[in-house]
Design a protein around this ligand. Structure first.
Ligand code: GDP
Ligand code: IMO
Ligand code: MG
Length: 415
């Protein structure tokens, strides 16, 4: 079985939790886009582990994690993450593979991202250098993981890049220049530490497919942050949708046999950009507090509001999703009534070009009072919670396959 897990909203839907929950059935878990902007949280046995670069499935001992060609890699963050993971799993580095094609995030990418975020150009990025690294990739001046192992090429390209970036830093941003010698030495030290993990991911994965291995493709961010189909320009710099799997790993499109979309039982967004169902009043505050809605990567408070079925219909269309995982349903318990946006008063359907003008059309459904975090089967959910799930199915046209009722690994109801 080859399954892709993708976010259907603006990220942070709980993809990490679901990947970890399903991982025990898989041999390989591959990330195909994004980088250290991702923050995927896994909770088990009371422990909390946040993944930025490493696929979450590696907590299951059968799983090999791949950081694919379509990702961008910050070696510093990866090495810190591996060090932290050693507390939980033995020899985890032996099960982590990095594509030689994957582009490196360099110190100048991070610095320029940080500086731009202080200007009118700001969009509320995670300041991890993601957009600037992808700019260099498409500008054909990027440096790839494989380049670390041809030192002469690496050094030449690095020196040219730094001299160009220093012009931008000094002349446009009035900032201090960077030292190419220091960065060269630093990345050579990283190369030494990473060398045993570097592979040709296209070979590794195509061989795994031929051998009939079970592969879990782990998306980062969400459909509305997709560079083309998201709420541009308030998006990330990669393709977050299912089609990105093939491009990001060098495998054919048919490699994805099944897709599960992950959607929160409400909506959140972190960073700037339009958000039709945003609630800046009591409900938004309650969701942020009960759902602990603070960014896993930056700690920023997430903007919150009701579930938006129109947005999910749009995301499901571009992601090829027919089944979803509805997460954080437990966060809604205690509400007398729950508001759901079933569509828009002034538009047929969700349209990123018209998003600032969309007025959500709400219905109100009865809430549920009791704590549902202990439920493990549909009949352990209150009737109102089951009704809420059915209403979401009706208005999205999607089957809710799993419901997540708490952050812990086993807090899942299979419907
Ligand atoms: P991701 O980026 O999609 O992996 O999501 P994040 O990890 O950034 O954010 C999801 C947050 O919600 C994390 O803190 C999870 O531990 C938590 N979480 C996931 N599923 C549930 C759930 O069903 N209920 C509750 N209360 N928390 C959840
Ligand atoms: P996961 O994988 C939520 C948002 C940022 C910003 C925009 C661009 O944990 O769901 P970037 O640093 O990528 O250039 O920022 O995208 N963003 C995310 N929001 N979850 C994420 O990842 C995100 N990754 C980026 O907040 O609005
Ligand atoms: Mg996250």
């Amino acid at each position: 079985m080859r399954l892709a897990i993708v976010g259907l909203q603006w990220g942070d839907e709980g993809k990490g939790k679901i990947v970890d929950y399903l991982a025990k059935n898989f041999d390989v878990n591959a990330r195909y886009q994004g980088g250290s902007n991702a923050g995927h949280t896994v909770r088990y046995d009371g422990k909390k582990v946040i993944f930025h670069q490493v696929p979450c499935g590696v907590l299951s001992k059968s799983v090999t994690g791949i950081i694919g060609a379509g990702c961008v890699l910050d070696p510093k963050i990866l090495l810190e993450e591996i060090d932290n993971l050693r507390k939980y799993v033995d020899k985890v580095e032996e099960r982590i593979k990095i594509s030689k094609f994957c582009h490196l995030i360099m110190p100048y990418h991070i610095l320029i991202d940080e500086i731009r975020e202080g200007t009118k150009q700001a969009i509320g990025t995670t300041k991890k250098g993601i957009g600037v690294a992808y700019e260099d990739k498409y500008g054909r001046t990027g440096i790839r993981v494989g380049d670390l192992f041809r030192a002469e090429f690496f050094e030449k390209r690095l020196r040219i890049n730094i001299s160009r970036k220093n012009l931008i830093l000094m002349d446009i941003y009035n900032a201090e220049p960077l030292s190419d010698n220091e960065i060269f030495d630093l990345y050579m030290r990283y190369a030494e530490k990473l060398k045993d993990m570097v592979v040709d991911d296209t070979k590794f994965l195509n061989d795994a497919i031929t051998a009939g291995k079970n592969i879990l493709f782990e998306g980062a961010q969400g459909a509305l942050l997709d560079i083309d189909f998201g709420t541009y320009p308030y998006v990330t710099a990669s393709h977050t949708i299912t089609s990105s799997v093939g491009i990001g790993l060098g495998v054919p499109p048919r490699s994805v046999e099944h897709v599960l979309g992950v959607a929160k039982a409400y909506t959140t967004r972190v960073g700037q950009g339009p958000f039709p169902t945003e609630d800046s009043g009591q409900l938004g505050k309650m969701l942020r507090e009960s759902g602990a809605e603070f960014g896993s990567t930056t700690g920023r408070p997430r903007r919150c509001g009701p579930f938006d079925a129109g947005l999910i219909r749009y995301a499901a269309r571009i992601d090829g999703v027919t089944e979803i995982v509805l997460t954080k349903l437990d966060v809604l318990s205690g509400l007398d009534k729950i508001r759901i946006a079933i569509g828009y008063e002034n538009a047929e359907e969700f349209d990123p070009f018209n998003i600032e003008h969309l007025t959500p059309k709400y219905i109100e459904v009865p809430g549920f009072k009791r704590d549902i975090s202990g439920a493990r089967s549909p009949d352990e959910l209150p009737r109102e919670a089951r009704d809420y799930i059915r209403i979401i199915e009706d208005y999205t046209g999607l089957k809710v396959r799993y419901v997540s009722v708490g952050p812990e690994r086993d807090a899942v109801v299979e419907m």
